[in-house]
Write a protein that binds this ligand. Structure first.
Ligand code: SF4
Length: 242
């Protein structure tokens, strides 16, 4: 079973920039029924999770992600060994296509050990992830870039990350085709939908703005979970800290 997804909307945008991206999509949070792969998932992010966006809505895609998670749960070492093979194969394909390989292992999960371990084993390959695990600045490496991911319940971690230079991804209710807010609480907003190659952002204490997709499009900033932010409503950060 090949574990990395190489062709979808996200990776195609990356190819235009010269990168061949492989993304591992597991069944998020406890969707697999056997393990929780997102220790810090919030109620809002679970409800709106990208698992419901894009290709994630198809039953066959859902089943494939559950199957991969079951495989990880059943035999972690065999799973990692398969990933090693997939990464080596992607590196070779990228070379043949004159593209630069990039790997995102937590496409719909948040397993710190997975990104840490494989980025160490492949020091010449660029890895990147989004994470809700606190203090990501302690886990970054020259070939492992991390972007923190805001939810309705991690405001203090958002501030901590921004104060350490880490960029923070936030979901806005901005419609497709419209511009995101230029800043959020004084922090520059970068359009994170232009591509998914977050390591190209570097570390600049920026907000990575994402437009709500999948179920998140129905999560109203005014009466929803709080996971999606209103793009036209400025709320001082001090009032958001609970
Ligand atoms: S932590 Fe990320 S992958 Fe996990 S449920 Fe939340 S949004 Fe989905």
């Amino acid at each position: 079973m090949g574990l990395l997804t190489i062709e979808n909307a996200k990776t195609i945008k990356g190819e235009k920039l010269g990168y061949l991206t492989g993304i591992l999509y597991l069944a998020p949070a406890s969707e697999s029924g056997v393990m929780n792969v997102c220790q810090y998932a919030s109620e809002g992010c679970k409800a709106d999770c990208l698992f419901t966006a894009g290709r994630g809505v198809f039953e066959s895609v859902h089943n494939a992600r559950v199957k991969k998670t079951l495989a990880l749960h059943a035999d972690r070492e065999a799973f990692v060994q398969q990933l090693r093979k997939d990464i080596a194969s992607l590196v070779k394909t990228a070379k043949n296509k004159k593209l630069i390989p990039a790997i995102r292992l937590n496409g719909t999960s948040d397993l710190a050990w997975l990104g840490m371990q494989l980025s160490s084993e492949f020091p010449n390959v660029q890895f990147y992830d989004y994470t809700k695990l606190p203090k990501p600045y302690l886990r970054t490496k020259s070939n492992y870039h991390l972007t923190f991911s805001r939810s309705e319940s991690n405001h203090l971690d958002v501030l901590d990350c921004l104060s350490h230079g880490i960029n923070v991804a936030m979901v806005f209710d901005t419609k497709r085709g419209l511009s995101l807010p230029q800043s959020w609480n004084g922090y520059k907003v970068i359009d994170g939908d232009l591509h998914d190659l977050r390591f190209l952002d570097g570390y600049q204490s920026a907000v990575i703005g994402l437009r709500a997709k999948g179920k998140a499009r129905k999560d109203s900033p005014k009466c929803g979970t709080g996971f999606v932010l209103a793009s036209d409503l400025f709320t001082p950060i001090s009032r958001r800290i609970s």
